[in-house]
Design a protein around this ligand. Structure first.
Ligand code: AMP
Length: 211
């Protein structure tokens, strides 16, 4: 089972995608996480990506396409879940030819959406564990001890690009470049639309049903 999850920043692709992937034994290929790891490791691609990411812009297609192809080819789980890739039509076209090359196909393409005011609230309050990457929210799912991860005790931080000015830019980039993917995918087999504006558990139940 191979899945694409796409939608605006803050819609819950990461949280919901991780849950589905671990339950179905799929590789969770989150493009943002892959890029942040490359930035931390100061690889050539990571150094190139950083300035784009800090500004809330898309990293050039050739960089992300090459990175995701490596991950797809290396995957030995019972499938993969793409979260945050593709993010524009050129990437979707590159993905289609990459999949054909490796005799793979996508079984579900799921578009998650929520009102913009929910997205902004979710992004502004988001906290991430520096050690294990687990996500919290200042209001909706605060850690038991302030600044400290419930799972591993690691330090919690706010992502550079979860600042209000950068969020505005990410949402603009989403409207201009990622939302057109809806036209690209919505008439293809296996396409589903998921209302992700509600409570986390209800959204997960709906997602699980689609999968
Ligand atoms: P995310 O963690 O999915 O919110 O992604 C964080 C940032 O990584 C984005 O704002 C972009 O700068 C970059 N990024 C993630 N996925 C892609 C992609 N498919 N294409 C280009 N840039 C991406």
């Amino acid at each position: 089972m191979n899945i694409i999850l796409f939608g605006p920043p803050g819609v819950g692709k990461g949280t919901q995608g991780e849950k589905v992937a671990s339950e179905k034994n799929l590789d969770h290929l989150a493009m943002g996480d892959i890029l942040r790891a490359a930035v931390r490791e100061e690889t050539q691609a990571g150094l190139k990506a950083k300035t784009y990411m800090d500004a809330g812009k898309l990293v050039p297609d050739d960089v992300v396409v090459a990175m995701i192809e490596d991950k797809i080819v290396d995957s030995d789980a019972s499938g993969f879940l793409l979260d945050g890739f593709p993010r524009n039509v050129a990437q979707a076209e590159a993905l289609a030819s990459m999949l054909a090359k490796h005799s793979l196909k996508i079984d579900r393409t799921i578009f998650m959406d929520a009102p913009e005011e929910n997205l902004i609230k979710r992004l502004c309050g988001r906290l991430i564990c520096r050690a294990c990457g687990f996500g919290f929210h200042r209001q909706y799912s605060p850690p038991l001890k302030s600044g400290c991860c419930d799972r591993c005790g690691g330090e919690l931080y706010q992502r550079e690009d979860d600042r209000e000015d950068v969020i505005a830019n990410r949402l603009r980039v989403y409207q201009e470049q990622t939302r057109p993917l809806l036209d690209y995918y919505q008439h293809q087999e296996g396409f589903f639309k998921l209302d992700a504006g509600g409570e986390m558990d209800a959204v997960y139940a709906a997602l699980n049903k689609i999968v």
